[in-house]
Design a protein around this ligand. Sequence first.
Ligand code: GLA
Length: 393
Amino acid sequence: MTVDQLRAHFLVHFPEHTADGGDAFFSPGRVNLIGEHIDYNGGMVLPCAINLGTYAVAAKRSDRRVRMLSLNFEEMGVIESTLDTIAYDSEKDWANYPLGVLFTLMQAGQEIPFGMDILFYGDLPNGAGLSSSASIEVLTATIAKTFFNLRLTPVEIALLCQKSENEFNGVNCGIMDQFSIAMGKVDHAVLLNCDTLEYEHVPATLGDYRLVIINTNKKRGLVDSAYNQRRQECDMAFERLNSVFKSRPLSALCDLTPTEFLSVSEVLEKDSVYKRAHHAIMENYRTIRSKDALSEGNLLAFGEWMYASHASLKNYFEVSCHELDVIVDLSRPLRGVLGARMTGAGFGGCAIALVHHAHVDHYKEAVSKGYKEQTGISASFYIAEISGGTGLV
Ligand code: GLA
């Protein structure tokens, strides 16, 4: 769908804006290159914004009504509220994400004097773990900022959107998704220290290689409860390790180096809590080393860290699944593939692979075939372009 087509749709649904036409915005989705399940452990993550995402055409109103329509859920029609009556309502389904953001902005003291009409359209596959919710959240905050000159930095926007998802939508996510979407930069990954929020844009110079996204197209169930359980296990590990680690005060699980962890890890029984901590601390180390490899143009090493990350997510954090493992296992022996891993929360969703451009077609063919044979499901493939953050288009 082109932006002009979206504008046309907008005017069909909201014809009172024919004179001004509305403003068009784009908000990316994200893939995480490495640093999985450690944003909520104060770790380092290396995500990047991608050119698949959510578009909006929006216009200010002169009253306090808010009307929203998603072309992805057109059958649900226009969803309405007023700025003064926003409350979570399961009937409003997807619209709870943008409404939650408006609510959270106002709760934080931002002045939103007028309502707005917004038409959304997303080309991110639904429920695929590419952060469609964070994409629409940051998009809504950016629309409000643009219309009402809100004094908000992109980092503040990311934090408020995370708060909204945590409190309004009851999803206990970390900061990685909203941050990478608000702070995305073309051809750069965002190296983010989730403990301090210090960040750096790292050139993602992939040369002859392409970042291929492979959607398992597996229906994900119970992701939220398993996600919360992992968070609790990590909190327990931190509490126990912190009680015996005396060298300095620890701010988070990932504050421990691998050597420090090994020196105190006997306090944890060799059960799932130990395994979660092992993953988190080693993944943090892998992210730091991967960032160095990327900066040095050593994609071979980067690919190996990707495989190692996947193995740890599978064996220690236990958030992979048969479908994701099949994709990684099929990828490894193929020509031109440097690395592959699951990306995002897991239990389905997407994997990513670093594939030489000359071998991409063969890669898709071989993985498609093997995946279908082993799982009975057809995978989908996207070549990710690393995009800028949310803004006007
Ligand atoms: C989801 C969450 C993020 C992060 C990832 C796992 O995408 O929203 O905060 O925890 O899972 O790395």
